[in-house]
Design a protein. Sequence first.
Lengths: 311, 300
Amino acid sequence: MIKIEVEHFTKDYGFGRGVFDISFQIHEGEVYGFLGPNGAGKSTTIRHLLGFSKPDKGHTRILGMETFTNYDKFMDKIGYLPGEIALPEGLTGYEFIEMIKELKRVKDDKYIKYLCDLFEVDPTGETKRMSLGMKRKLAIVAAFMNDPEILILDEPTSGLDLKMQQVFIDFIKEEKERGKTILLSSHIFSEVDATCDRIAIIKEGKIVAEFYATDLKHSKNKNYEVEFSSLDDLHVFRNLYEKSDKFTIINQEDNHLLININDENINYLIKALSHVHFRSFSQLKETLEDYFMKYYKEDRDFGGAIQWKKS
Amino acid sequence: MEKVIEIKDVTKDFGNGRGIFDIDLSIYKGEMLGFIGPNGAGKTTTIRTIMGFIKPDKGSITVKGMDAWKDSARIKQFVGYVPGEIGFPDYKSGTDFLKAIAEFKGVKDLSYANYLIEKLQLDPSANLKRMSKGMKQKTAIVASLLADNDIIILDEPTTGLDPLMRVSFLDIIKAEKAKGKTIFMSSHVYEELEKTCDRVALINNGRIVDVVKLDDIKNRKVTDFKIEFTNRDDYLNFKRLNYQIIRDQETYNQVTITIEKDRIKMLFNDLTNYQVKFIAEIKYTLERHFNELIKRGEVI
């Protein structure tokens, strides 16, 4: 069952900024990762999904409802954690929690207490004087206190320390187990890697890749680096297998060879290597970061010099 | 080797178990030392003590032989520093602020500052107060590096940067390191330290619990392989051989073994007798190193 749906959604802010004709669907119980740098369009998409703004073209739907016109009907079913937290001032953490509790008509304190304990929230003291991390943890409690079925998370762990990041990742996994549908926008590869079922890479307002996380993690296509005992050994191997259709030699550096092979041919490579002397055998694994960077590499060096303004 | 920063037996006790205790750490000339640990472990306190913002209860810190507390004003002039939480003084724009820093550090030529601005794609003309987290972080980075100082101290410099900016920043830091600078950088992100540092110190509950050379992590004598066999018999027969199995996943016909690198050849000879479904290397990383320390209970 589709819980979140974006269909041919376009929002053009001019100057090439905005989101252009993107489509994706998130099914019940799925964690969907939205991966991209600042300015790629992640927050724009999320803010439309929440009904804060109207698409120029296309649709953003939650629970089958067009979000801009129906936000009052689904707001109580989603928990939204914004990218930059702005808490109301002049309140203590307790007062803030009470305020949200009333807004969300939460009757029971049990889940609030559970969240406060889990994230080690100390709601004493004024929100204004809290550290960045504490503010974010307070926002987490506020967003999830009514135990909503859909979680929309925009850079949820920025400002949290390592330990709390891990707590948050475990929390997402538990929520997934409980059948929640989750959209996670992030540029922290490790948390996307640890939680997401499917991942979309967004670049300049367009989705440039969408894939299942397991396909990347357990790719059957592997790269190995073999260090031969001598150049002679390497040459023997090369001469024998240069033209092999079972694996590909993609690079050579000194007495090292880089070999690309599919798992189904691994026994062939094992046999081939048993005939020569080699010193080490290691795998070069493509991480989510490597994969992401492929889409972004070509324009790593952008922009002209910014002139110092003469004052 | 010359010790550029020397922390000797430093304690700063904030009470209730908070603070830093008996810290001993030296950073050598031309070295990049990483600093990792949970929030509240004492990273920022240690760094602020080096910068002379905090007076230690006991012990001493010297930077280039100068006392970190007494000579703090002088030290700030020749150390590039990115603070953990950024609170800018009241300047109108980033440009004004950067110019003030340049003046404080006696920098006349702003071409390096401009190079950094370009590399980080910062628009410094923006209003300081209205900048996003990422822009503030970039401004702080430019401010810390524009004087081309020999010593750089960075407290979580990549917080708030997106992955592309992170890569640009790490490129800049690698270039600084290549120039022979002495760098001390704290971070939440293991991979970042792994890619840049010579050594990494782990701090927990205010105490340094381990200092590890990255070369030792990268050049371990042993390596771990996960091997899955196509059929049950091969899996069972392989298990009878004399390999050190560190993880056994029976339902998948899968074993993870740890093996000296010079025995890999032998392993392959043995494997020719079986049908292997896949073989994957389980890398030994900085993160794994520290996690295993914690698991073995060597870290409180």
